[in-house]
Design a protein around this ligand. Structure first.
Ligand code: HEC
Length: 157
């Protein structure tokens, strides 16, 4: 009986450790408070470059879609939207996945999905619906930027 109590204690300690790691890895991420009121995600400079490269891809897609709407060229709008869709997501290193808070990952992945939806809207040929969809989609850009910033590791305190 005594030894079993010990087993239980060890199991509970291990369970707590696993839950703690799951919380850190899946939910919280590697974050610190930032001076500007946002949450800073602490990443390596290479990981920051990876995220910012993806961001510039987002902006290029938004630019191309906006021009395509003005030119009433819906095939071009669909192609530009598709370029930022789910298929465009490159390999994300596991170490980086662990550093990103769950909300950030969800918002990021959802944004790629919304570009795919926008491509489908563009295929219907309705430019006004594409403009409206782009406006809605960009709420994801603005809300994530309002909440998060990146901090490359050498600057972390
Ligand atoms: C899941 C969160 C998230 C979403 C969604 C998001 N961004 Fe970002 N973006 C960031 C973060 C974090 C930064 C870095 C900001 C900082 O460190 O101050 C950033 C930076 C950028 C930059 C600067 C790139 C550079 O090279 O410095 C651009 C441009 C940008 N985002 C465009 C967009 C656009 C356009 C969208 C929507 C289509 C978007 N982002 C959606 C989180 C996001």
């Amino acid at each position: 009986m005594k030894s079993c109590k010990l087993c239980w204690t060890i199991s509970l300690v291990l369970l707590a450790a696993v839950l703690g790691m799951a919380y850190m890895f899946l939910l919280r991420g590697n974050v610190v408070a930032s001076d500007d009121g946002r949450t800073a995600i602490v990443v390596s400079s290479g990981e920051r470059d990876l995220i910012l490269t993806e961001m510039r891809g987002f902006l290029e897609a938004v630019q191309a879609i906006t021009s395509a709407i003005a030119e009433e060229d819906m095939p071009a709008a669909a192609e530009a939207a598709r370029s930022a869709g789910k298929a465009s997501v490159g390999e994300v290193p596991t170490s980086l996945i662990g550093k990103l808070p769950l909300e950030f990952k969800t918002l990021g992945f959802e944004t790629h999905g919304l570009f795919d939806d926008l491509a489908k809207t563009a295929e219907t040929g309705d430019g006004k619906a594409v403009a409206a969809g782009l406006g809605d989609l960009m709420l994801n850009c603005t809300s994530c930027h309002a909440g998060y910033r990146l901090l490359a590791e050498p600057d972390a305190n």
